[in-house]
Design a protein around this ligand. Sequence first.
Ligand SMILES: CNc1ncnc2c1ncn2[C@@H]1O[C@H](/C=C/CNC(=O)c2cc(-c3ccc(F)cc3)cc(O)c2O)[C@H](F)[C@H]1O
Ligand SMILES: [Mg+2]
Length: 214
Amino acid sequence: TQSTRPQRLLSAVQKNATRGDPRSVVKAIDHFCRHKEWAMNVGDEKGCILDSVVTEVNPHTVLELGTYCGYSTVRIASLLPPHAKLITLEFNPDYAAVARQVIAWAGLEEKVQLVEGASSDWIPKLKEQFGIQTFDLVFLDHWKDRYLPDTKLIEEFGLLRKGSVLLADNVICPGTPDYLEYVRSSPQYKSQYFKSHLEYTKVEDGLEKSVFLG
Ligand SMILES: CNc1ncnc2c1ncn2[C@@H]1O[C@H](/C=C/CNC(=O)c2cc(-c3ccc(F)cc3)cc(O)c2O)[C@H](F)[C@H]1O
Ligand SMILES: [Mg+2]
């Protein structure tokens, strides 16, 4: 049977990256996506902005919405302090299976909890299931029309504290207009746009960083 693009991406990691070396996993995926097959990872250019926000926040609890192949999961987890936890939600079992192997190749299983299921089902259960009080950082990279409803769900279930940071991918391309309007106009957020480009292309895209003011 034909392989899928995520399976071919995983093969490229297993062929070209060093086990236990997260940066080599990131490089192998970026090389594959730039020279072989484009894939919707946050990529190297926006990935540097992601890295700088993670480093600045130095989070002990991170929530990622939309694991896909685990590229941003690996980027984030490789920068976390010891004992920090990253929970990543992915409802496509085929993507989840690939992501688990990418995360394992990077040697980051200890820091990452990949939960197979829908954000709307799981956000209400994260406190009780994982003993989480609040998230220091939330990375939104799943269906673009779900950023706003899931942000409201995250607020509703008390998962943010004063200073929690939301970082959203693709606010220009494909675009998340309702989310952007919300975080930029709400008195509960201080928002900042980081201009960049759509992964592996010259098309404009960017990340929106929004600090919850409580
Ligand atoms: C809704 N709740 C969910 N719960 C758990 N997992 C979920 C949920 N929703 C989706 N997933 C899971 O999260 C992932 C979804 C990523 C979607 N990402 C994009 O569409 C996306 C698209 C482009 C893009 C830009 C230009 C162009 F010409 C073509 C594509 C660029 C990007 O960086 C993106 O992130 C995964 F696939 C899905 O199973
Ligand atoms: Mg994205």
